[in-house]
Design a protein around this ligand. Structure first.
Ligand code: TYD
Length: 138
């Protein structure tokens, strides 16, 4: 997988004077079966989250509130995507290094994952990630 496999997914949005609504369903807007949902909130200014790669987990990240940057890296190239609307999801396939920073005050990041929480699915050492990419095992 490379950073070219990272895609913005435009989610349905129902604009309404009572408040707007968006949604996501598995195998539809979310291109996998959803095994896990988690969210990141109350991030202090200047903090970074999620500096790791997944062996198997695919994910879609949505900014439910506020804004933050997602940095994706395939070992050769890197790109930054700013999420600041709750009707966009960012699809990240497995095998990419990703981190999140520049969280605005009160931002909330929602993440849909294809795999239940499994510490063994995480690669947290960037040098190990680069080696696995070079060896073609990720
Ligand atoms: P961690 O993976 O370190 O966060 P980050 O994405 O910023 O690297 O997760 C922080 C803690 O939360 C860690 O002790 C494991 C726990 N956790 C779960 O139990 N289930 C989950 O689905 C997630 C994402 C984390």
């Amino acid at each position: 997988m490379t950073i070219d496999d990272v895609k913005i997914i435009e989610l349905p949005k129902f604009l309404d004077v009572r408040g707007n609504l968006s949604f996501a369903e598995q195998f539809s807007q979310i291109p996998f079966e959803i095994q896990r949902v988690y969210w990141i909130y109350d991030v202090p200014g200047g903090e970074e989250r999620g500096g790791h790669a997944f062996r198997e987990n695919e994910e879609v990240i949505v900014s439910l509130s506020g804004a933050f940057d997602v940095i994706v890296d395939d070992g050769k190239n890197r790109k930054t995507v700013t999420l600041n609307r709750s009707y966009f999801g960012l699809y990240i396939p497995k095998g990419l290094w990703r981190s999140m920073d520049n969280f605005s005050t009160n931002s909330v990041a929602l993440e849909f994952g294809s795999v239940k929480y499994d510490q063994g699915d995480y690669i947290r050492d960037y040098r190990e990630f680069i080696k696995m990419k070079k060896d073609g095992i990720l």
